[in-house]
Design a protein around this ligand. Structure first.
Ligand SMILES: C[S@@+](CC[C@H](N)C(=O)[O-])C[C@H]1O[C@@H](n2cnc3c(N)ncnc32)[C@H](O)[C@@H]1O
Length: 228
């Protein structure tokens, strides 16, 4: 939805399409996989441990109306979101994720790279009616029961995922690897090529704000052979 730090917006088309009626993103962030193409039509379960992200999704899915989004104010460079007293917390956080690019927490001041504009508000307003059936869990990835689904697993990078509020250092990657392997259905795990907690394979080059990285993937069973 937004230009989140580490989001998969620019490469989402490079991943396998979902093969199950349910998509689960246990590290959802801005949930670009579930929003891509017609993926949103499926049953979608989003999980994130960072309360700002989980509560923003809950609000978008259940409470925010297209009219409300369209009536949010335009902002210019240097404006401060906290100065607009009429905004609720979720509105502030939503705007905060758009007024600077690639941030891991909502920004407070409008930067050069703001994408908070009429087109953005229209896109969000158009998306809301499509996602009313989604489910959102504020919690850790293990909180969602194992079930037959397409699992799009995009944790903070083992090397590079330091900047999140819920960062890589809090993740036991050995345990996460076992958890990924034990999911039922189609499993797609995202990383970069520096990671070694699963046998990742290179997928596509990605240009970051500071460095270029090579995105990597691990998928279960038959998908591996089809891919490479
Ligand atoms: C790489 S981002 C996901 C990006 C997302 N795929 C996108 O396209 O925007 C990783 C997310 O995992 C969340 N996270 C970190 N530790 C977690 C945990 N133990 N359980 C669930 N979510 C966690 C972070 O808060 C962050 O939002």
């Amino acid at each position: 939805m937004w230009y989140y730090y580490g989001n998969k917006r620019s490469i989402v088309q490079d991943y396998y399409a979902p093969e199950y009626d349910t998509i689960i993103e246990p590290f959802c962030g801005a949930a670009h996989y579930s929003l891509f193409g017609d993926h949103w039509e499926r049953k979608v379960i989003l999980v994130d441990k960072y309360p700002v992200v989980a509560r923003l999704w809950k609000w978008l899915v259940k409470d925010a109306t297209p009219q409300e989004i369209l009536s949010l104010p335009d902002l210019k460079k240097g404006d401060k979101v906290d100065d607009i007293s009429s905004l609720c917390e979720e509105e502030r956080n939503l705007i905060g994720f758009f007024i600077n690019r690639g941030v891991a927490t909502p920004a407070h001041t409008v930067a050069n790279y703001s994408s908070w504009n009429e087109k953005t508000r229209q896109n969000i307003a158009d998306t809301l009616p499509k996602i009313r059936h989604w489910e959102v869990i504020e919690g850790s990835y293990e909180d969602v029961p194992n079930q037959l689904a397409t699992w799009f697993i995009d944790p903070p990078y083992q090397y590079g995922g330091e900047h999140y509020k819920c960062p890589n250092k809090d993740i036991d990657f050995t345990k996460l690897a076992e958890w990924c392997k034990s999911r039922e259905g189609q499993v797609i795990v995202c990383e970069n090529t520096k990671a070694d907690w699963l046998p990742f394979r290179p997928l596509v080059k990605m240009s970051g704000q500071k460095h270029d990285t090579v995105e990597a993937i691990w998928t279960n069973k038959k998908y591996v052979e089809e891919l490479f």
